[in-house]
Each structure stands twice: as structure tokens, then as C-alpha cells.
Write a protein that binds this ligand. Sequence first.
Ligand SMILES: O=P(O)(O)OC[C@H]1O[C@H](O[C@H]2O[C@H](CO)[C@@H](O)[C@H](O)[C@H]2O)[C@H](O)[C@@H](O)[C@@H]1O
Length: 378
Amino acid sequence: MISELQMMKRKLAKLNQALGFQRSHSTKQKVKIISSKSINDENGRGGDHLSMIIARTRSNPLDLSTIDALTLEEDANYNSWVVEHPSALDSFDRMMKASKGKKIAVFLDYDGTLSPIVDDPNRAFMSDEMRAAVREVAKCFPTAIISGRSREKVKEFVQLGNVYYAGSHGMDIMAPPRPVKACDGKNHTIVQGKKASEALFQPAKKYLPAIKEIITELEEETRKIQGARVEDNRFCVSVHFRQVREEDYNILQEKVKSVVKNYPEFHLSEGKMVMEIRPSIEWDKGHALEYLLDTLGLSNSKDVLPLYIGDDRTDEDAFKVIERRGQGYPIIVSSIPKETRASYSLHDPSEVLSFLLRLAKWRKSSSSCRPLTQIWGI
Ligand SMILES: O=P(O)(O)OC[C@H]1O[C@H](O[C@H]2O[C@H](CO)[C@@H](O)[C@H](O)[C@H]2O)[C@H](O)[C@@H](O)[C@@H]1O
């Protein structure tokens, strides 16, 4: 049985981890701040419950009883949020019952969903268990990964041949070459992919030269800021500040803004400890989801239930599309309460893994898992 002291220690460890604290050497078990950056893992800068805690702790180091009270408050907030956004694991049977006779199509975000958030974006590896789970899910349902990363990069991480990939927040999609309504229009180019059964859809292609220029300028401007990192996501750019000292953040932000302001066709947004620069076209993860449904021949069917799992702000665009369709399962991955259009929640990538395993198992037990070509005619 876990003793009260052990429980307390666990809570302390959990809070310390979330806040970036380390235990001080004091015998009174006070804690001290070593970094406040991890506080923003969930929501970017400020605004959430943990940020309030950290603001309070700046002047008053916490003792165990205060931490305990704050942790309880945090747990209570989370629990009431989960009532509004029920756990997809707890709701699994109900969700699957409602999907009887309907077709599920699975859409997955990558960072923070299939892989845990880590300091080094190049080391955001997905576990072998997660890969195996996605592979099994993709054997049973049409499955796509929609990421902010470049399509090549996310494919390199995922290493699966039986899923579709959309990179650059949906601005770079490799999908089946079906006639598509959504892509009519002057901004959209369709290029045949390597396999005859796939076509490449890149609605922001004309911005590539400007993106290259932006990357060069950002690298030059941010070179001297320790920890800043520019990531080329092909049709968009990320400037990471997870490893930037707090006192340098404003300088970095100003430098990034000063570059972006010279490119009126681009805009700046924020994700988890990252600034993202994207062409201002009407295309996001929500459009990518619709596009993929369309190319899969699933857009018009009232019997199709898109299931989307994601953790970040850009995933909200996909949640919105599912909400508008009135059918499907938008699932947010979050360990803290946050504003979302998702109906369901999962706490972290380990719960995503459990959910995917259960989904594949459910499908296999409810019908034989035939090749997708037979199930969907693709
Ligand atoms: O749409 P996603 O697949 O979730 O991609 C969004 C961004 O994810 C990556 O950054 C985030 O994860 C990193 C690794 O865990 C972390 O270090 C960083 O702080 C997070 O923001 C990726 O590197 C970005 O380019 C994506 O835009």
C-alpha cells in the first residue's frame, strides 16, 4: 500500500516535473525554480493554472503543504474539465457502439500525440510500441498523420508504409489520386507522387522561394540567441524557444517579428514553445482532413466518422471541421484543462497508445481486418 508520505512525494515529484523545479538541499524540503519553460509545455506562454502557481512561487518558495494544496486544486480543475471532455478510454465502449455500421477514418497528429514532447525536436522519436499500434490501426481503418513538421521528416519518424502523410500543417499531402473537389482553385497544384496510386497536393508551392529567404534571415537573426533553433518544415518554419533563457525570449520574439513583417503574405502564430511562420492561405489541418476524406472517397458519406487525435492549437482546426460535420470523434491530448473544440480527451501519449491498441483490437474482434482495398475500395 502506498503511504501518505509516498503519495505526497509523488505529488511533489509530479509538480516539480511540470514546473521545472528541483528540490533544494534544505531539510525543510522547499523547492526552487530552475526553469519556468516547462510550464508552457501545454499552452505556450502564460494563462494556465500552472503559470499562476509559478507566478506565486516566484516570491514565495513552496513548502510541501502548499504544494499539496495546489496539486489538489490542479487535480480538481482537471477533473471538472474531464467531465466536459470525457476520457476517450473511459468512453470507448460507448463510442464504438455509436459507430456500429459506420466507417471510421483515423487522423493523428505527431508531436505531443504519437511522441512525447522533448527538448530537442530532432529527437522526438516515437516508441516501437506506438509504431506497432499505429500500424495495426492502419490495417483496419484508413489512417493519416497530419503534422506541422515537413512531410519527409514526419515520415522518417513514423516509418510506416500503410498510412497517409500530410506535412506542414496540411500544406503538403501525399494521398490517393482521386478526383477532388476541395483542391479546385488557382492556388492548388497536383503533382503525381512516386507511386502511381498516390498524388502530391501542395497548395502553398508558390511560397517556397520566400520561405527559403525567411529561413536564411531567421537563422542569421537568431544565431546569437543561445538555444534558439530554426526548423525548416518545408511550407512553414518553426522557431523553437524551449531551450532559450527566459530573459532572451522577448529579444527572440522581436527578431522573429522583424523578419516576418517584411513578408506580408506570411503570418506568425505560437505553438508549444515554438513560433511558427506560415503563408496566409486558407489552408490548415482542418482543410487537410477534409481533403483526405475527399480523396479517400469518404467526404459525402453520412456513415463516415473521422476520429482525430491531437494536442496543439493547430489541431483545433481539425476538431472544428469534425464539429461542423456533426459526426466523428475529436480527441484532445492534454494533461491540463484547456479551451478546446474537442469532445473527448486523452491525458498523454501513453493514453493515446492504449486507445489505439484498443481500437485495433476492437476492430479485429468485431470483424475480420481485411486489406483496406477491400474495405474501402481504395
Ligand atoms: O503538428 P505537430 O506534429 O504536433 O507538430 C507541431 C510542432 O511540433 C514540433 O515541436 C514540438 O515538439 C518538439 C519535440 O517534442 C518540442 O521540442 C517543441 O517545443 C514543440 O513545439 C516540431 O518541432 C515543430 O516544427 C512542429 O511545428
